[in-house]
Design a protein around this ligand. Structure first.
Ligand code: FE2
Length: 304
């Protein structure tokens, strides 16, 4: 199995196609008001882009490291424990070729490893950065994901760690998205486990459906997902292709560290203050975590 190296500090380069027309249409006021708080729609003109044709996606799936291609059955429930995810028995190639009727869900991860997809990703992010930088500076770790799924397939209820814009290329998707700040849906303990490496899927209670923002995403539309905003996705009646444009910012690394410290405290019987409630406690936890890591590294160093 080939493994992928991800440079977490690599800055996102500026766009290389400044002379061409914008790919995205973003309402500056909606971005300012909602970014990383609530979902909002943007527009894009990638629906006929050749990089999203099935033969090109098949070529991409063949050339990406094996670990970056994840696929499974798509006729699954919204609430699904990851270890119970059913397989289809098909190969990657068969899945792409038979996507219309094989009831499958597939994601191609970190597509920036292919130079053509990397250029496209960076170009989209350059347009987003104009709006994101005044709010959360330091765009980094540009990552792209392409979702290919059969009619009516389901992506179970889960959370993701990045700033995300999901661009719908082909087919339609009904997306249920929930408030990332609602701790009656995702608890602090679940977030602590997530930041320690637990799987993204979470249990879903049908009683929560009425709390969702619901979007019927059409080709040419894109939807913003705040960091760890829980969501599930139901495909429409056709094959769906979506391009997920993601990035991170330094404040997310800080947030993750505080969740790590809270998890450590909770395992030792404490009831830590939830992340974000007390900025000075968060700063202290982050400082303590980094200090401990530095001391550990110093102690591990062999004397000369
Ligand atoms: Fe997601």
């Amino acid at each position: 199995m080939r493994l992928l190296h991800v440079d977490r500090t690599e800055p996102v380069p500026t766009a290389r196609f400044e002379d061409s027309a914008p790919l995205l249409s973003i309402d500056a006021a909606a971005f300012r008001e909602n970014f990383n708080r609530r979902p909002f729609l943007i527009g894009h003109r990638l629906t006929s882009h050749p990089l999203f044709e099935l033969p090109r996606l098949l070529e991409l799936a063949r050339t990406l490291p094996e670990a970056n291609v994840e696929y499974n059955a798509g006729d699954i429930p919204v609430s699904l424990r990851p270890e119970l995810t059913p397989r289809t028995g098909l190969s990657v190639e068969e899945t792409v070729r038979r996507i219309e009727d094989c009831k499958s869900w597939m994601v191609l991860k970190y597509v920036e490893h292919d130079p053509e997809y990397r250029d496209l990703l960076h170009r989209c992010l350059a347009e987003i950065r104009v709006h994101s930088e005044p709010l959360v500076p330091g765009m980094m770790q540009a990552q792209g994901f392409i979702f290919l799924s059969s009619p009516q397939s389901v992506t179970p209820f889960h959370i993701d760690p990045e700033h995300n814009f999901l661009l719908q290329i082909r087919g339609t998707k009904r997306i249920h998205q929930f408030d990332a700040r609602d701790r009656s849906i995702v608890t602090e303990e679940q977030l602590e486990r997530f930041y320690e490496g637990a799987h993204r899927n979470l249990p879903f209670d049908e009683a929560w459906r009425s709390k969702a923002w619901v979007f019927d995403l059409q080709p040419g539309q894109g939807l913003h997902f705040p960091v760890t905003a829980p969501h599930f996705v139901e495909n429409g009646p056709g094959v769906s292709v979506s391009f997920s444009v993601t990035f991170r910012t330094p404040d997310l690394e800080y947030r993750g560290l505080v969740y790590n410290v809270n998890s450590w405290l909770r395992r030792r019987g404490w009831r830590p203050t939830p992340v974000g409630v007390s900025p000075w406690r968060d700063r202290l936890k982050c400082f303590g975590y980094r200090l401990c890591r530095r001391l550990q590294r110093l102690l591990r160093r062999k004397p000369r």
